[in-house]
Ligand binder design. Structure first.
Ligand code: GUN
Length: 283
């Protein structure tokens, strides 16, 4: 029987640890504060931002959400970023993605003060991550590594296959795994022989956004399977990239969707915000 990696439970444990850190900072007169910028009315983004607000409150982090109209211009958005950069009270800045087409998202990300870049999307922070000198760890990859570590699953020396090459998950996760001594193969949904490559993995991570992409014959017996997918099935039910019912019994450990990687991502954002608040007083 597969062991289910309970991301909800593990994220609750981390939440308690973070609450203690926030209390200790509070005694020094520091209240971590996160500024979240949401442009437009995208339904999924609105839910993500609400969840970030709720968890921040539970942890004791102060959060300020700026909700802007879909018509907000590049110049207006840039002005707001610069204001948050200059605001001493704000330790973390997050611009919810995706942004509307008329906005140059790269320019926006480049404008965020790297010391406040709690998403770890700024090129300076991505570069630091690459050379093993990370300032922040990107939230979803950090959440995945935390799940593995807290489930006592070592990555050093393992064959890890990452399916997905996004800047948010696949690419930074691959870098972090390399830095930890894993042997990493990065695939995507169009990779030739995807089945054979996945079937070699000791640890298989899928982050493609394609429901049912990972089936039973792509998974090695007793592998660890991490599902980063957030998809809707034909009935509108939340599901991952993995054909969970058929894959589950074959694995040593597997993350469910929902309740696997998702809750960890938000908790890592909270951890980065606390780190940003601490760093400000260390440096
Ligand atoms: N949209 C989807 N995932 C993310 C994320 O991790 N950070 C931000 N800022 N936007 C997202």
């Amino acid at each position: 029987m597969a062991r289910i990696i309970d991301g909800k439970k593990i994220s609750e444990e981390i939440k308690e640890e973070l609450k203690s850190e926030v209390l200790a900072l509070g005694e020094k007169g520091i209240v971590p504060e996160l500024a979240v910028i949401l442009v437009g009315e995208d339904g999924a983004s609105q839910i993500y931002v609400k969840n970030k607000e709720r968890v921040a409150k539970e942890v004791g982090i102060s959060s300020e959400v700026m909700r802007l109209s879909v018509e907000t211009s590049q110049e207006e958005l840039e002005k707001i970023i610069l204001q948050y950069n200059a605001d001493e009270k704000i330790h973390g800045i997050l611009v919810q993605l995706p942004l509307s087409k008329h906005i140059d998202a790269k320019r926006i990300i480049n404008l965020i003060d790297p010391k406040k870049d709690v998403d770890c999307f700024h090129p300076e922070n991505v570069g630091k991550l690459m050379i093993g000198d990370a300032r922040f760890l990107p939230c979803t990859p950090a959440g995945i590594l935390e799940l593995l570590e807290r489930s006592e699953l070592l990555v050093e020396g393992k064959n890890v296959v990452v399916v997905g090459r996004s800047n948010i998950v696949g690419k930074p996760l691959a870098v972090m795994l390399i830095n930890l001594g894993a042997t990493v193969t990065v695939c995507n949904s169009k990779t030739k022989n995807l089945k054979e490559i996945c079937a070699q993995a000791d640890i298989l991570v899928s982050a493609t956004g394609r429901a049912g992409l990972i089936c039973e014959d792509m998974v090695k017996q007793a592998a660890v399977v991490i599902d980063v997918g957030m998809n809707r099935d034909e009935n509108g039910k939340l599901c991952g990239d993995v054909d969970y019912i058929h894959v589950c019994d074959k694995t040593h450990c597997i993350t469910p969707v929902p309740g696997g990687v998702g809750p960890m991502t938000i908790m890592m954002l909270m951890r980065n915000t606390i780190l940003a608040a601490k760093n400000k007083f260390v440096i």
